[in-house]
Design a protein around this ligand. Structure first.
Ligand code: Z5A
Length: 215
């Protein structure tokens, strides 16, 4: 299977406390204003079965998953999500916005857990087959993001990781966004700015993509 880029497929990525939920609301407003139908979804999850797999990945109540298990759970959920939710929506003519997608596996399980990027690329090609035309990467220093998340209740399994793990995840995202093969679809946004400034940059980039597709 070769990787197909979908022009109406948009993803949001970033580390802890980057502000993805906040930006998602701004993107939703931009689509509504333009009268464009869009599906909003998330990973891990986005279908009933994939949401159960999310529970397996993030719950702290069962034995810790080894890195390979975590990666394969993310891809099992993604296979289900792509075929039952994302592709049907794209094929119906809608736009799709996913809060995280395959880049998260490269960042968390690749850079963060140290799994081989080539193995992840093979899974991406064989199991996923699609990638977004636009990825908004909300980049924030680890300490700033973690500070924002404090006081939000019990941490899930990944949120409970140490700072050096999150530093590797952040670097993994930044390296991917800068790589020759991927840089064109990435918009890296300094998410330590105010909520309004971050949202404005995200919406401007989305509007440029909408204009490109409608041209
Ligand atoms: N994961 C993985 O390991 N492998 C994979 O393949 C995939 C995922 C797909 C769940 O993801 C976990 O799954 C995630 C990676 C892993 N690891 N963790 N942890 P998730 O996306 O569901 O969970 P999350 O990363 O913890 O996201 P979140 O809790 O939804 O955070 P957020 O959306 O980025 O942040 P927010 O809720 O919009 O904002 C956080 C707080 O900061 C909130 O109080 C805001 O008011 C505040 N905020 C936001 N923006 C600003 C600005 N600009 N200034 C000041 N304050 C702000």
């Amino acid at each position: 299977m070769t990787l197909r880029t979908h022009a109406r497929f948009v993803t949001l990525e970033g580390g802890e406390g980057a502000g993805k939920s906040t930006v998602l609301a701004a993107l939703r407003g931009a689509f509504e204003q333009a009268g464009i139908q869009a599906l909003y979804t998330r990973e891990p999850g986005g279908t009933p079965l994939a949401e159960q797999i999310r529970g397996l990945m993030l719950d702290t109540h069962h034995e810790p998953a080894v890195a390979e298990t975590e990666l394969l759970l993310a891809f099992a959920a993604r296979a289900q999500h792509v075929r039952t939710t994302i592709l049907p929506a794209l094929e119906s003519g809608a736009w799709v916005v996913s809060d995280r997608f395959t880049d998260a596996s490269y960042a968390y399980q690749g850079a963060g857990r140290g799994l081989d990027a080539q193995f992840i690329a093979d899974l991406e090609r064989r199991v996923v087959g699609i990638r977004p035309a636009l990825t908004l990467l909300l980049d924030v220093p680890v300490e700033v993001g973690l500070q924002r998340m404090r006081g939000r209740g019990a941490a899930d399994r990944i949120e409970g990781e140490r700072n050096d793990f999150f530093e590797r995840v952040r670097q993994g995202y930044r390296d991917r966004a800068a790589s020759a093969a991927e840089s064109e679809r990435f918009e890296v946004i300094d998410a330590s700015q105010t909520v309004d400034a971050v949202a404005a940059q995200a919406v401007a980039r989305l509007q440029a993509q909408i204009a490109r597709v409608l041209r």
